[in-house]
Design a protein around this ligand. Structure first.
Ligand SMILES: [Zn+2]
Length: 102
């Protein structure tokens, strides 16, 4: 059996038999209180910062970064290591879909 499933640990969709979770990161910003952080699974620092902002904006149901603001984010490996700071910005990409009317 090699089912395509959602990993219960990292939330990614992948083949059950070959899946390995991406590294886990501690992500914080002004929205986290002291000693509180969000766990983000990602292959590197930069992607962790982007995933964190997508997550936090959805959680707050407030999309100020997509509206043009920026957010300062701190990322460090879950099991210790260098802490890096990123300024994350975003943009809404307009998307149009046409369907032929029959
Ligand atoms: Zn996983």
């Amino acid at each position: 059996m090699n089912d395509f499933v959602k990993c219960v640990v990292c939330g990614e969709y992948d083949f059950k038999i070959s899946h390995k979770c991406a590294p886990c990161w501690k992500a914080t910003s002004k929205y986290n209180s002291e000693n509180e952080y969000n766990k983000i699974f990602s292959s590197d620092y930069k992607e962790a910062a982007e995933k964190y902002v997508a997550f936090i904006e959805q959680l707050k149901a407030e999309f100020s970064v997509l509206d043009g603001d920026s957010l300062e984010v701190q990322i460090e490996p879950l099991n210790g290591g260098e802490k890096k700071t990123f300024i994350v910005t975003g943009e809404l990409v307009p998307n149009y879909t046409a369907k032929e009317k029959k």
